[in-house]
Design a protein around this ligand. Sequence first.
Ligand code: LMR
Length: 351
Amino acid sequence: MRPVYGMLLFVLFGLVTAVIIGFRPGLSKPLPEDHEQTGLRDRIVIKFSHVVAENTPKGLAAEHFASLVKQKTNDRVEIQVFPNGMLHSENTEAEALRRGEIQMIAPSFSNMSNIDPAWFVMDLPFAFPDQDAVDEALNGRVGAALFRTVEKQNMHGLAFWSNGFKQMGSNRHPLIEPEDFRNQTFRILPSKVLASQFSALGAATISTPFNEVYRHLQQGIVDGQENTISNIYTKRLYLVQKYMTISNHGYLGYAVIVNKPFWERMPEELRLAVQEAMAETTAWMRQETKAMHEHQLEQIRASGAIEIHELTGEQRRRWEEAMRPVYEQYRSVIGGGLVEEIERLRERRAS
Ligand code: LMR
């Protein structure tokens, strides 16, 4: 054999050996498993986008949910929370969810009315006397009907989250009687029922994204707005309003929604763990929201920046009467007997 062939054979033998046993010494022993690397590769990431501050009921619930999911799935599912509309505003988030760019959102019920008019039912003025009445509707026929509407849109509803009741604010004068609303312009969430609620009082409305409300009040583009104490407090809306009425006239809740194909592709045991974390978060949030509103209302009062009026029973009754025409306007638009169901639940509670 010529020396050159011998040399080639030697190199070839070396290469084959290296491929079989590896290039590094000691590799005939199995490699220790790198759990962190395996975890990272297998980890399911859920991007959760919302528009409010981190220290609101929704912001805190999103973080609470993320840590429960991490714990219950052994870090196999990671919830990445994007607050303050940093990824999407309420106008773009549902489309982004459908496209699968993000996997979870929690829009207000008013925003959900863009998807299906059945959601208007939750915007009806004075529909619910308290949170228990809301829970009864959402845990029953009303909630089931609402979640059926999202299934048709390639989305899946996981829970209803609560931000409690809305209060009225204005820069012009105190809002005590229905006539006080006349000729004022109010910022509303994008919902025709809310527009009709104000037009029943002789007021105009502009629908603007949440993160523009402060500027619109400050620049006088609108005279007033309605929102929950936590949204008014965390966005400092009380600093650009002169008068607030504790009216509890409308409810602000959220539908927590996931992209349906994504949800169905998730391994069942992880889906169950996420559902469990969601149920625990929803219950936790109910308590948190109540405590937070009490504390933040105190802070607003203590600031002395805004004059606060609490509606008396009589005044409340007059507001209800003035806003009642909205029910007939939307009964058939909402459909499915949902308005009747709300009325039935309300009568039963009152009796
Ligand atoms: C709004 O007024 O737009 C807010 O209700 C938004 C939110 O998600 O709470």
